[in-house]
Design a protein around this ligand. Structure first.
Ligand code: FAD
Length: 426
């Protein structure tokens, strides 16, 4: 059986694909395997799930197990997809406090790579985890609770310490977002960056290269009732952002160099037209599933944000390449998770997204990586990067400690695949 990732940048055939139904079956599978990895939704561009040996899918472990309304804690099986979790929580009048741009990932997969949304006071999504359990490389159960033991080391664990099978999340009562979309000049946003980032609960922006405008997303948390119309939502989220966009991308193939800048200009004006609504939180956080594309995204020190943004603009505009996808800029709060790209650092995340020929994308990636390394960026573990080990060691001060911990949890190196060996030095 052949599996490939969302980005269709690679495929592989595992020796066997198992779907355990409980922790006992996971422990048995791990104990019998020579090598083992876990797959969530295969939405990562990095090769964390690739193995010739045993691949575990927790698709059958996807239920809510317990709801503690007083503590606002929900315990779930870790294979649940975020979109299913969101829907089931909504029926209970509950919500996840923060989300990334899509919800197709599995909960455990999103936690494992430090997946994030945007908001100066919000950390990566894993920060919503109060407790979790995994089966380590010896088939033993290990339990973790916030602030205790190896919790901070193991939470963003890249599937290297064990199979996470149960997660207790801190949830919140359902809430709405007062979501404002707007268009603004790039330079203005850089000048006023602190005002936007500090003044909006969840602020992010999209830039369409090489225009001088950006599309702002200002999401304020509110308990005000919804006022979004289904028709308007369909027009903006489905018709403009999906159907029109996909048609334009096809059209660009006729003359990429001339059409991409023109389309980006038009698209920016349309998608960025001021639009305001009060909507359910997940509607405001999430964007429609994009077409297959390539992505790299790096976290930098927020202290350098303004100069970074100016240099980044020059980098892409002068690169000689065309970018037919949005570039996304987001913000997160420093966190204590050893392998999180926002470890101990309030962060600005810069992306380089594109749909282009593979050879050209490789050049774009190298260009972006050089820029990012010179400025102390840390790559998103689930996206594309060369994951240069000596560079990673200089950027993640606890990387060596993580590797030492990994050897304790998994002395037979069952969870070490080629990617983990190269990226982490395991
Ligand atoms: C369209 C799209 C939009 C995206 N948007 C965002 C975004 O807004 N923000 C962001 O930060 N990232 C984003 N990403 C990246 C994505 O969130 C991460 O790559 C995420 O890890 C994918 O989750 P998954 O369930 O597909 O995990 P997979 O890609 O299947 O696996 C990722 C890693 O998690 C490990 N893993 C999976 N399950 C378990 C488990 N039960 N126990 C232990 N380890 C496990 C795997 O072994 C692997 O190492 C996006 C990706 C796509 C394709």
């Amino acid at each position: 059986m052949k599996l490939h990732n969302f980005g269709q940048t690679w495929s592989f055939s595992p020796g066997e694909l198992l779907q355990p139904r409980n922790e006992r079956e996971i422990a048995d599978a791990v104990s019998l395997a020579r090598k083992v990895r876990v797959v969530g939704s295969a939405h990562s561009w990095s090769r964390g799930i690739v193995t010739d040996h045993t691949l575990l899918s927790l698709d059958r472990m996807n239920r809510i197990l317990h709801v503690d309304r007083a503590a606002l804690h929900v315990t779930v099986q870790a294979g649940i997809k975020l979109k299913d979790l969101i829907a089931q929580l909504a029926k209970l009048g509950l919500a996840l406090s923060n989300l990334g741009s899509i919800a197709d990932q599995s909960l455990a997969g999103a936690i494992a790579t430090g997946t994030h949304g945007s908001g100066r006071n919000f950390r990566c999504l894993a920060d919503q985890v109060e407790a979790f359990r995994l089966i380590d490389g010896e088939g033993r159960e290990r339990w973790f609770t916030r602030g205790q033991g190896d919790y901070e080391a193991a939470l963003v664990g890249l599937g290297c310490l064990g199979v996470v099978y149960q997660v207790t999340l801190a949830v919140v009562p359902c809430f709405q977002l007062h979501a404002i979309t707007d268009l603004a000049p790039y330079d203005h946003v850089v000048e006023q960056l602190d005002t936007y980032v500090n003044g909006v609960d969840h602020f992010k922006f999209w830039w369409l290269v090489p225009t001088n405008k950006v599309i702002l997303f200002q999401n304020h948390r509110t308990q005000n009732p919804r006022n979004d119309s289904t028709l308007k939502r369909w027009f903006k989220d489905e018709f403009l952002a999906v159907s029109v966009y996909r048609a334009l991308v096809k059209l660009q193939r006729l003359d990429r160099e001339r059409l991409v800048p023109w389309v980006n200009e038009q698209l920016g004006e349309q998608v960025g037209k001021r639009f305001e609504r009060v909507c359910q939180s997940h509607v405001g956080f999430l964007t429609p599933t994009p077409p297959v594309h390539r992505e790299t995204e790096w976290a930098f020190d927020y202290a350098d944000a303004k100069s970074l943004l100016r240099d980044y603009r020059q980098l892409l505009v002068r690169s000689g390449f065309t970018y037919n996808f949005i570039q996304e800029i987001r913000f997160t709060k420093a966190d204590p998770y050893w392998l999180s790209p926002a470890y101990q650092r309030d962060s600005i995340w810069l992306s380089m997204y594109n749909m282009d020929r593979a050879d050209r994308f490789e050049q774009q990636l190298q260009l972006f990586e050089r820029f990012a390394r010179e400025r102390g960026g840390r790559p998103h573990w689930g996206k594309e990067a060369s994951f240069d080990l000596s560079y990673s060691r200089s950027q993640w001060p606890r990387l060596a400690d993580f590797c030492a911990l990994q050897r304790r949890y998994d002395p037979k190196a069952r969870f070490v695949n080629e990617w983990a060996a190269q990226a982490l030095g395991l």
